[in-house]
Design a protein around this ligand. Structure first.
Ligand code: FUB
Length: 309
């Protein structure tokens, strides 16, 4: 605790229970769309920031937040670390994101609404020298734009990036709403390396997350609406993917669900959001929560048991 407290002046220790209480953060921010990165014995949590005044209109999201923990119990808030305004080409809507480390640099992939030069949602990437930044737009333009994926009718199909580096060093970007997709990334992490591929995942809605545990690859995603989280497995990052069923039920009173899955210090965790846990919470006022994830000996995942405390 002493070490965490001295890491940054003004840092907040947000919980003191033996296991972090759900929702994780109640005193400062409403959080959504969690992504987690394990780096040097610390979990960095990158979240969206719900600022809607009520649950009637729509998402109101302008920036992204970073939190960290060395024990999954005490969380330090680093505050907003990236904003729509950091992408000159973006118009609005700081939707889901994920960060990853390569060669000492931290690449933070985000979904935002593009300006009129490429109407629709797009995926951008920021880069920083530390997991908490400072971050800046890595390339000055979007990495993926809506006009690259014209086979889907909506303009929000290019959202929810999930990035992964395979054991051989090849990086992949997965993303999508309505249609799941992936593309190889060059070693510089900011350019596509080849064509965009479509994936075949049953009843896919959005919120892809890719992780590897032992020798199995897992693609989890939101299915239906209200959303449950389903998952598929493969022995290769490029598939074929085998559907394995539901991993998590609809969470609280939020019709969206969005997960991050990590292993940390010998345990596995399912990080997600719900709407029920805070007063006036709901569809557009969500909160991040964490529960344990357990793998069966055959590599399948046990259904997540959501807790509220
Ligand atoms: O938070 C905005 C959008 O709602 C995300 O991009 C989706 O995954 C859903 O959680």
């Amino acid at each position: 605790t002493t070490k965490i407290s001295t890491l940054a002046a003004g840092a907040l220790l947000l919980s003191s229970q033996a296991f972090a209480a759900n929702p994780l953060f109640t005193d400062q921010y409403r959080t959504a769309d969690p992504a987690a990165l394990v780096h040097n014995g610390t979990v960095y949590l990158y979240t969206g920031h719900d600022e809607a005044k009520d649950n009637k209109t729509f998402f109101h999201m302008n920036d992204w937040l970073v939190f960290s923990s060395t024990d999954m119990v005490h969380w330090q808030s680093h505050g907003p670390k990236l904003s729509v305004k950091d992408f000159k080409w973006a118009r609005s809507d700081a939707w889901a994101s994920q960060a990853i480390e390569r060669n000492g640099k931290f690449y933070w992939y985000v979904a935002v609404r593009h300006d009129d030069s490429h109407p629709g949602f797009a995926i951008g990437v920021a880069v920083g020298d530390s997991p908490i930044g400072p971050f800046k737009d890595a390339i000055g333009h979007a990495l993926i734009t809506n006009d690259m994926t014209t086979d889907t009718p909506n303009d929000w199909d290019d959202i929810d990036p999930s990035v992964f580096i395979d054991d051989d060093g090849q990086a992949y970007l997965f993303w999508g709403n309505t249609k799941p997709r992936y593309v190889k990334l060059k070693a510089n992490m900011v350019e596509m390396d080849g064509p965009i591929h479509a994936l075949d995942l049953p009843h896919f809605t959005e919120a892809l997350w890719i992780n590897k545990h032992k020798d199995t690859y897992y693609l989890s995603y939101a299915t239906g609406f209200p959303e449950k989280i389903a998952y598929a497995t493969s022995k290769s990052v490029t598939g074929p993917w085998h559907y394995q069923g539901i991993l998590n039920e609809v969470a609280g009173n939020s019709p969206t669900n969005h997960q991050a899955i990590i292993d940390f210090k010998g345990k596995s965790y399912f990080i997600y959001h719900n709407g029920a846990a805070q007063p006036d919470g709901g569809e557009f006022r969500r909160s991040v929560a964490i529960d344990r994830l357990y793998y069966n000996p055959d590599g399948t995942m046990k259904r997540v048991v959501m807790t509220s405390e």
